[in-house]
Write a protein that binds this ligand. Structure first.
Ligand code: PEP
Ligand code: MN
Length: 338
């Protein structure tokens, strides 16, 4: 159930509703919007007497949310969620955000060179994996904490926010110490234990779509994070498995307007892991922005031929720069800025 408070509802009235929910052994989850405050009720909502709730001071309405995902649903919150990453870096608002950098943190030099170039071209968020989810156990698995340190250091030097993947619930605390956004990779989208633990963190979570996940399953994965207390979830479409072998994954851009319709959460697109080849990445990035994505996460490497992971799809800095210049007018036509 969601309880919609009147615009004029006082703090005390909101507190009374929260106490009422708790008295019924249910969990209240207030969602404060600029237009209205909504209190979502987690648990067996049938326990609550809807008519009684509706009659309480400050309450405008109480209603059941039909989709199985409740907190992430547009029915629960009309307004777009804008995730604040750091001062001046928001995802889901007017500004398009670009996350760029190498697939993996390999050494200080490569990350620093990539970051300098990406920053110069307009990216505000630096990506780089320290824990890599590799298909085979003999491939480079990432530098672990040393990689996190390099990413954090370069982020500070270039005044960029950072995003990096966390693979394991036991590493969340460590990764959260070093980075601004915690990434859940496609392979972990239904690692429910990881999602629950990320719900207890006060940093934004970038939730990639599983390569075989339906949109509903992806939204339910986001619900796991939100229902555990973390409202700062950013969805990321990265392509799904189909019969097509010409590309790494099929970039399902329809999910951008679908997520926008079904949910209030921001959504970005990863053209690198979907296209898998540099020449396909700029067109897909432009298409992503054109269809309403709030940003892009893309792999950029100063020396792709020396990369230890995903070098075959890394953009060279000058190609990335051209892509950024081409995205700008598209963003502008849509009333957005980059
Ligand atoms: C990545 O971003 O480096 C990555 C491994 O992506 P995905 O989880 O989408 O495959
Ligand atoms: Mn990669």
């Amino acid at each position: 159930m969601i309880i919609v408070m009147k615009k004029t509802a006082t703090d005390d009235e909101i507190k009374t509703i929260i106490a009422e929910i708790k008295d019924n052994d249910l969990k209240p989850m207030p969602l404060y919007g600029t237009e209205r405050t909504v209190i979502a009720v987690i648990g067996d909502e049938r326990i609550l007497d809807k008519q009684h709730i509706k009659s309480m001071p400050g309450v405008s309405d109480a209603m059941l949310v039909l989709p199985p995902y409740k907190l992430v649903s547009r029915e629960t919150k009309f307004e777009d969620t804008i995730v604040t990453v750091k001062d001046g870096i928001k995802i889901g608002g007017k500004e398009i955000q670009i996350m760029a950098g190498p697939c993996a943190v390999e050494n200080y030099e490569f990350v620093s060179q990539a970051a300098k170039a990406c920053k110069k071209s307009g990216a505000k968020i630096l990506r780089g994996g320290a824990f890599k989810p590799r298909t085979g156990p003999y491939s480079f698995q990432g530098l672990g904490e040393e990689g996190l340190k390099i990413l954090q250091q370069v982020g500070k030097e270039e005044n960029m926010a950072t995003v990096t993947e966390v693979l394991n619930p036991k590493d969340i605390e460590l990764v959260a110490q070093y980075t601004d956004i915690l990434q859940v990779g496609a392979r972990n989208m239904q690692n429910f234990n990881l999602l629950e633990e990320l719900g207890k963190v006060d940093k934004p979570v970038l939730l990639k779509r599983g390569m075989s996940a339906k949109i509903k399953e992806w939204l339910l994965a986001a619900e796991y994070i939100m229902s555990n207390g973390n409202p700062n979830v950013i969805m990321c479409e990265r392509g799904i498995r189909t019969f097509e072998q010409e590309i790494r994954s099929t970039l399902a851009l329809t999910s951008v307007p679908i997520i926008k319709k079904l949910s209030h959460l921001p959504i970005i697109v990863d053209p690198s892991h979907s296209a898998g080849k540099p020449y396909l990445i700029p067109p897909m990035a432009k298409a992503a922005i054109a269809c309403g994505a709030d940003g892009i996460i893309v792999e950029v490497h100063p020396k792709p031929e020396e990369a230890l992971c995903d070098g075959q799809q890394a953009l060279l800095p000058d190609i990335f720069d051209t892509m950024m210049q081409e995205i700008k007018p598209i963003a502008k036509v849509l009333g957005r800025v980059l």
